[in-house]
Design a protein around this ligand. Structure first.
Ligand SMILES: Nc1nc2c(c(=O)[nH]1)N[C@H]1C(S)=C(S)[C@@H](COP(=O)(O)OP(=O)(O)OC[C@H]3O[C@@H](n4cnc5c(=O)[nH]c(N)nc54)[C@H](O)[C@@H]3O)O[C@H]1N2
Ligand SMILES: Nc1nc2c(c(=O)[nH]1)N[C@H]1C(S)=C(S)[C@@H](COP(=O)(O)OP(=O)(O)OC[C@H]3O[C@@H](n4cnc5c(=O)[nH]c(N)nc54)[C@H](O)[C@@H]3O)O[C@H]1N2
Ligand SMILES: [Mo]
Length: 768
């Protein structure tokens, strides 16, 4: 793909500036830098309301941050928000407006030439609009016209031709109604952002340990002796977690990290809330050991660690493995041990890029710990063999009984602020996501029995024409998906596209034949309905559900809540059913929460009373009581069938591509051009490469190159205009930014069981 405007920022952003003296930001995460970083993207001073919202962020009766999904501690810090939380909050509180007046000045073709940053920073969407093909503009429509038009189009199609996507922003109330609407209509085509993210977790953890989510709570971080980190960038993506890590280190917990990049947050941290650290600049070292594993090399690392544990058990039988746990709680141990023993150190070293001595050193730390936690993020999930990454991490933990005891467990770090919760209340393509008996008794609905479409399958449906409507509750699919060029080409043929959104983004500029843009309230906005002010709820990474109380004046009187929009879309589409009281639900969201509790009684008992509990309502997790809701009723060990997580290893002149997030973005929302924590400033069109690899392949620092995908499936995939930038990476791989590099990733190149795109392990060729 060539010269996409959003990939060719102009003016001051045209060149990367990397400090020659300190090429890899050698300061700690946090500190004054994090405060300056917020200041530089907002020229206006935050209003009094904005300051109040920030002060109450993530505290009981405050707004729950719309950035990441990290837990909200029961005893919050004075400021329980981070640099990125502040950016997300102020971004949403934007006072600029995008309505029909704005659209009258700009055709959609013109807006397509704008940078993604400029689209979103034009302001908040303020009125419903419809795309007018003849004038190539979005024009105002009344809400009545919009709902009637969408309802008519949806009614005209087979329900299974409609897809309802959700990005993990919307609260549980709107999300539950959305999931109900789909099933009442007769489909469960409910892809979600987690399909590109932690679907690897939802599907595979369920098979291995019987839960689709992590098992730890904040309390576990107060009791663990060791934390093993795989492919999660805390400093950028869940910075508030650094506070728990700092506290853990202070009490002697040992942290070991495996990541191809030396991410600053996991190296050291200056706590912006600690006056002494701020004044002296003294930081806390976070990782005791940091290993730059090759991308896709974690299965090999974990096999090496397991071999060390087995060797220690051989030298002191009966003292290293948790034999009682293995015998009583698990299956598959012996086959797994045989497969791990069969893996040679030579192959482990080659696949991981680490030496045996390094892995033995890390294993000593694991063996020194009575209680250990495994943490992971996209570095494990976004690989073809992501399932085995997770299986091997479970294996390592279970060998020593590190599941279902205090201070131990597995903890995937989730992305969007309510991504986990949306799944909990029924957004998902399987019947299991919403109990069929409840649908029948509560609403008189016969649930569809066949699985619906996940994100990848929905895209295949857009490509082959079998999908006829794409409704999006938030998000920016065109930018977030793999294979962007093919997607952008296919999208305009969709008979209906509907976006429920807060801000203008690129997906809105690729309208279907009939296309609506519906502006909604954001998390920070006051939401007043017939019964008075409403709250919405969200579930964090550690399965706690908290209420969020919007406080700002909405950007216009024409903006509706997500809950109201979903309800009115449903009314416009479905035949009347007295058990579906859409109006009554919108009047008072307590009623929706009562329904959620009725539908999922194990998770949400007394929901309305408990949603303000400090730290949130805990949904519990069966693994904590060593109850395994797997097929066999036991926890499963997984025998490795390969030592590489990559679907296709790179050839001699090829490289494995890692796509990364910067410190100045939230997914496809680009706040600015500074990746402060990596010492990269000014441009996102960079190709990070190790110096020796630049020389080996005959390139030069600063050279502008192209990347092409090395998977041969008959489709040419290419991105031009990338500046070669030396960076401390293992050999054999390159890194660059998401979403700019998404045209390179084939839709079909994804995790085996869950179809999570392999955004961290695509083979590419660098072209001059
Ligand atoms: N500021 C900010 N915060 C965010 C987001 C954002 O865009 N910006 N996005 C949110 C969302 S939706 C999500 S899902 C999370 C994502 O948060 P993370 O899970 O941290 O995801 P990434 O930043 O994509 O990548 C994580 C790390 O994986 C490493 N890595 C790549 N390949 C491998 C590998 O093969 N093995 C190992 N061990 N490591 C590897 C990368 O170097 C990187 O440090 O963050 C959420 N929070
Ligand atoms: N190459 C590559 N691609 C990736 C990834 C990667 O690591 N590498 N990561 C993947 C991951 S983990 C994820 S989660 C996806 C993210 O994919 P998405 O969730 O689809 O994308 P976002 O960028 O989070 O969506 C941003 C848009 O959401 C809208 N929005 C913001 N707040 C609200 C709100 O409160 N309500 C509503 N209705 N709309 C709102 C705004 O219009 C904004 O433009 O991308 C995936 N794509
Ligand atoms: Mo995500």
């Amino acid at each position: 793909m060539t010269d996409h405007p959003s990939e060719r920022p102009d003016g001051e952003h045209s060149a990367t500036r990397q400090d020659r003296e300190t090429p890899f930001y050698d300061h700690a995460t946090g500190g004054w830098g994090s405060l300056r970083s917020v200041a530089h993207i907002f020229s206006e001073k935050p209003s009094a309301v904005a300051l109040k919202i920030l002060g109450d962020l993530n505290k009981p009766r405050g707004v729950m941050c719309s950035s990441c999904a990290w837990a909200k501690p029961a005893e919050p810090a004075t400021f329980e928000f981070c640099e990125n939380g502040a950016k997300a909050t102020l971004w949403e509180l934007d006072r600029k407006k995008v309505g029909a007046e704005f659209m009258a000045d700009h055709t959609v073709s013109e807006l397509k030439t704008w940078h993604d940053h400029d689209l979103e920073s034009s302001g908040r969407l303020t009125e419903p609009m419809r795309y007018d093909t003849a004038r190539d503009r979005y024009v105002a429509v009344s809400w009545e016209e919009a709902f009637a038009g969408i309802g008519k189009a949806l009614r005209a199609m087979d329900p299974k031709e409609a897809v309802f996507y959700a990005s993990g922003h919307a609260g549980l109330e709107a999300s539950f109604l959305y999931a109900l609407f789909a099933r009442a209509m007769g489909h469960q085509n409910l892809p979600q952002s987690s399909n590109m993210c932690h679907e690897t977790t939802s599907v595979n953890l369920k098979t291995f340990i019987g839960t689709p989510v992590g098992t730890c709570t904040l309390e576990d971080f107060e009791h663990c002796d060791a934390i093993f980190f795989f492919g999660q960038n805390t400093g950028t993506n869940s910075p508030r977690f650094l506070h728990q890590l700092k506290a853990a280190v202070k009490r002697g917990c040992r942290i070991v990290t495996f990541n191809p990049l030396r991410e600053r947050g996991l190296v050291e941290f200056i706590d912006p809330q600690d006056p002494l650290q701020m004044v002296t600049g003294k930081s806390t070292q976070i990782s005791e050991r940091y290993y730059q594993v090759r991308p896709g090399g974690d299965i090999a690392v974990l096999a090496g660690l397991m071999k060390c544990v087995l060797a220690a058990e051989d030298s002191a039988p009966g003292t290293v493995l948790d034999h009682d746990f293995i015998a009583a709680e698990t299956e598959g141990f012996d086959e797994t041990v045989s497969a791990v023993c069969a893996a040679s150190w030579e192959e482990i070293e080659q696949q991981s890029g680490l030496t045996r001595a390094m892995i033995e050193e890390a294993a000593d730390i694991y063996l020194s710990a009575d209680r250990a936690i495994g943490i992971y993020g996209m570095g494990l999930t976004q690989h073809v063999n992501g399932w085995l990454n997770l299986g091997m991490l479970c294996n390592l933990l279970m060998m020593r009984g590190n599941m279902g005891k205090k201070g131990a467990g597995i903890s995937p770090v989730r992305g969007h602020s309510n991504v986990q919760g949306q799944r909990t209340v029924g957004i998902g393509e399987k019947s299991a996501h919403m109990p069929a008996d409840k649908l029948r008794t509560l609403f008189g609905i016969e649930a569809p029995t066949e699985n619906g479409l996940n994100a990848v399958h929905a895209c295949e449906g857009v490509l082959d024409g079998s999908v006829k409507a794409m409704v999006s509750l938030g998000g920016n699919l065109i930018r977030a998906l793999p294979d962007r060029q093919r997607m952008e080409e296919a999208w305009p043929s969709l008979p209906l596209t509907v976006h429920i959104a807060t801000k203008l983004n690129r997906s809105h500029l690729v309208p279907g034949q009939e296309s609506y843009l519906l502006p909604c309230l954001g998390r920070t906005d006051e939401d007043i309905q017939a019964s008075g002010p409403q709250v919405v709820t969200m579930e964090d990474s550690l399965s706690h559900v908290s209420a969020s109380v919007g406080q700002a004046k909405p950007p216009s009187q024409h903006v509706l809540s997500e809950t109201a929009i979903v309800a009115r879309l449903a009314q416009a589409t479905l035949d009347p059913n007295p058990k579906l009281d859409w109006d009554g639900w919108v009047e008072n969201y307590d009623r929706i929460r009562d329904l959620i509790a009725a539908c999922f009684p194990g998770d949400f008992a007394n929901f309305n009373e408990r949603m303000f509990e400090p730290g949130g309502l805990y949904r519990g997790n069966p693994v904590r009581d060593r109850k395994w809701e797997t097929e066999s009723g036991k926890a499963q060990f997984t025998a490795p069938t390969t030592l590489s997580a990559l679907g296709q290893a790179p050839g001699a002149r090829q490289m494995t591509l890692i796509t990364l997030r910067s410190n100045d973005q939230f997914n496809t929302t680009i706040y600015g051009y500074s990746d402060r924590l990596r010492g990269l400033e000014g441009c996102r069109m960079v190709l990070l490469m190790n110096r020796d690899e630049i020389a080996r392949l005959g390139f030069e620092e600063g050279q502008v190159v192209s990347l092409s995908c090395a998977i041969d499936d008959g489709v040419a995939r290419r991105v031009d205009g990338l500046t070669v930038t030396p960076y401390d990476l293992p050999p054999g791989c390159v890194a660059g930014y998401y979403p700019e590099l998404n045209p390179l990733i084939p839709l079909a190149y994804h995790e085996k069981n869950s179809a999570t795109p392999a955004y961290k392990g695509t083979p590419v060729e660098v072209l001059s």
